[in-house]
Design a protein around this ligand. Structure first.
Ligand code: ADP
Ligand code: MG
Length: 683
């Protein structure tokens, strides 16, 4: 039965295609090509022009040529390893086709004697004769050969010929989908339809034409579908009605006036945005984004205080126990007389754990801190009104949505992240949430001074840190992270540890990839307690933890890190009032490009600016490991090259929202481009 050519055709299984059986399909699936639609984005890298045919006499030796000939004699030797030969001619001369590993029967079928065929392949000249060995294309129908053949980066086991065949097939059967964009948007792309754009995309002469309207239109489709999914999730969350949380703002202000510091303007703004959400009848789903050390914790604690004042419980989740404990200690200092609070950790004794669980269920605890363990099934809250999740920027959209569902309809959700991302990626990554941004850092804080040093000058570094240790300061020493070889990774850290431990006996601690979690927490705790002066580590030191005495960070082999990562690392120091420094160590002198990169880091402490530059230099794919977080990687769109398309899509989303346009118009777009499960319960 012929399948109807609508978008379902594109979403159907690869085996629907002629020439694709289970074997080929599974090869493609290994390359994450699961549907016919996925194959559309398998683009040719270049092409071979087989369109012009010549006479034998005019063949150019060494080139790929197409020629029409008549086979007149076979030579099938009975001796192993000798090739089969077919002698062919045209009116100008003779040509031999040589076949290794082809059966007689097959050869007779494709090259029947006395019938004109067109063949194409690389031409050799041997013993005074033209030869084509294992010709790539042979057909009686010259029109099948005399075209430009696309070359693809090949999947193992799939030939160029097969790729050409199946992609041609798809293009031939491509459905003409109803237009989802309106006229205004289409004007940006010379009114080209999706159908025409895909057709253009696969034409050999259009290879690499990234600035053309067809390419940009398809990139825009990709971006808009991504944004639409996010905005639909957001809309769905917003539809959840909750009871308004009412609390006395005077209590909050009193608390603020008793702090050792005054909130920055950005902190005040973020807090009031959060308060507005809390006191509305829509569920909050908000991201508080701010550079390292911008003071997000206090904002979240005050929000928690307000929610508790309104009669609810609050859960604050951190990625590590040590960070959960730090938040807990700070909250104890601020609120101990005003509410009941506790910490649930893996170290909590069983008997205490039981009591905590009971108290949470009875609402004897108002505020609980912990790692993801506080969201286990057995943890039942009496009246949970707010979940705060710290430093979980790597949560993908699915994980976030699940979290938001977890607390139930009365529960507001606040996520916090110290990972500034480029403006164009905000919607891509966090479009499902409302956003509060803290840009400005507390005023007294001094910027981290950033230096570069050659590895051979390690003596100068040692001299420098000796002085700092005398002043009571602590040092992070980060060893290169060599992903290809975990082993080298460890040895380099261990070696460095031994070297430093000789100079500073018993004052150096070591953390590497093999250190288990429990030991890691102990070491970090002891470092916090100043039992060590230096912490050597390979793993990136946990985000978020406050090490008030650490003011020096040394990063070896610094060129292994992206700018954003270096900025994050340097953010581990400089949280106190002391001048802090970051020393980037290099094996050899830097080239101009590397110098330019580092200049950015030296010149600014603005994480947002740095992430923009980082993206321009390294592409968006691996900015701070967002790849693993399930952030969609685009096939055509590129946030650097297509920045204006991202901005256009942002505007379009707002227009769609405000015009209350029927989302069904975009149903096909979303279904095609975002095949994630998440969309199933939306559209
Ligand atoms: P982050 O945004 O990275 O989570 P934190 O909340 O851990 O930052 O704050 C870093 C440090 O800055 C903490 O020691 C905190 O007490 C302090 N801090 C926060 N806000 C201010 C402020 N407005 N003025 C001075 N210090 C502040
Ligand atoms: Mg923090």
């Amino acid at each position: 039965m012929k399948i109807k050519k609508n978008h379902n055709y594109l979403l159907s299984d690869l085996t629907k295609l002629k020439g694709v059986g289970n074997k080929i399909a599974s090869l493609l699936k290994k390359k994450r090509i699961n549907s016919i639609f996925d194959l559309l984005w398998k683009l040719p890298k270049s092409y071979t022009d087989r369109s012009i045919s010549t006479k034998i006499i005019d063949l150019k030796i060494g080139d790929i040529q197409t020629v029409s000939v008549i086979p007149y004699k076979y030579n099938f030797p009975r001796i192993k390893n000798l090739p089969n030969r077919v002698f062919c001619k045209d009116i100008t001369g003779n040509l031999e086709c040589i076949f290794f590993n082809s059966y007689e029967g097959y050869i007779k079928k494709i090259l029947p004697l006395g019938k004109e065929v067109t063949i194409s392949g690389k031409v050799n000249f041997f013993r005074n004769k033209y030869q084509i060995t294992n010709p790539k294309y042979i057909s009686e129908d010259s029109t099948l050969i005399k075209v430009k053949h696309n070359q693809y980066s090949l999947t193992e086991g799939i030939s160029e010929k097969l790729y050409n065949k199946i992609i041609k097939q798809i293009i031939k059967d491509l459905p003409r989908l109803d237009e989802w964009h309106n006229k205004e948007i289409l004007k940006n792309f010379d009114n080209i339809s999706w159908y025409d754009a895909v057709n253009e995309l696969h034409k050999p002469e259009n290879i690499g034409n990234h600035r053309s309207s067809f390419y940009r239109r398809l990139a825009f489709d990709e971006i808009l579908s991504n944004f639409l999914v996010h905005s639909e999730i957001r809309k769905k969350i917003k539809k959840i009605k909750k009871k308004v949380k009412s609390f006395d703002i005077k209590d909050q202000n009193e608390l603020l006036s008793n702090l050792e510091f005054r909130l920055t303007d950005d902190q005040i703004k973020a807090l009031s945005e959060i308060n507005q959400d809390l006191t509305s009848n829509q569920k909050m789903f908000r991201l508080l984004q701010g550079d390292v050390g911008s003071g997000k914790t206090i904002v979240s604690l005050i929000a928690a205080f307000n929610v508790i004042n309104a009669g609810y419980q609050v859960a604050i989740m951190a990625p590590t126990e040590i960070l959960a404990r730090q938040h807990f200690n700070l909250a104890k200092k601020l609120f101990s007389k005003k509410m009941n609070l506790d910490l649930l950790s893996s170290k909590t004794k069983n008997i205490d754990k039981k009591k905590i669980l009971k108290d949470l269920n009875n609402h004897k605890i108002d505020l609980i801190f912990g790692t993801h363990s506080i969201f286990q099934k057995k943890v039942l809250f009496n009246n949970l009104g707010l979940i705060v999740i710290d430093e979980q920027h790597k949560f993908g959209v699915n994980q976030r949505k699940r979290l938001s569902d977890k607390g139930g309809s009365e529960c507001d959700v606040l996520l916090m992240s110290a990972t500034p991302i480029p403006r164009t990626l905000t919607m891509t990554i966090y479009g499902d949430m409302d956003l509060s941004i803290i840009k400005e850092k507390p005023k007294y804080r001094k910027d981290v001074k950033t230096y570069t040093k050659l590895e051979s000058k390690i003596d100068e570094i040692i001299k420098f840190i000796k002085k700092e240790i005398k002043l009571g300061n602590q040092i992070f020493w980060v060893c290169p992270l060599i992903e290809e070889s975990k082993k080298i990774d460890h040895t380099s850290a261990i070696k460095k540890f031994e070297l430093l431990n000789n100079i500073f006996p018993k004052k150096v601690a070591l953390l590497h990839g093999k250190t288990d979690l429990e030991k890691k927490e102990i070491i970090l705790n002891n470092f916090l307690k100043k039992e060590y002066d230096i912490l050597v580590s390979t793993t990136i030191i946990e985000v978020g933890i406050d090490f008030p005495n650490a003011n020096i960070i040394i990063i070896e082999n610094a060129n292994k890190f992206g700018l954003s990562q270096l900025h994050q690392l340097r953010g581990r120091v400089g949280r106190g009032t002391k001048q802090s420094s970051c020393i980037l160590v290099f094996k050899s002198s830097l080239n101009e490009n590397a110098k330019k990169r580092l200049q950015i880091l030296k010149n600014t402490n603005d994480g947002f600016k740095i992430s923009e530059e980082d993206m321009k230099l390294r592409g968006y794919g691996d900015i701070l490991g967002f790849k693993q977080s399930g952030v969609k990687t685009f096939r055509l769109a590129d946030p650097v090259i297509n920045e204006n398309l991202f901005l256009l899509a942002e505007k379009e989303i707002i227009r769609i929202k405000n015009s209350k346009e029927d989302i069904n118009r975009y149903k096909t777009l979303i279904k095609l481009y975002d095949q994630a499960d998440i969309i199933n319960d939306i559209v």
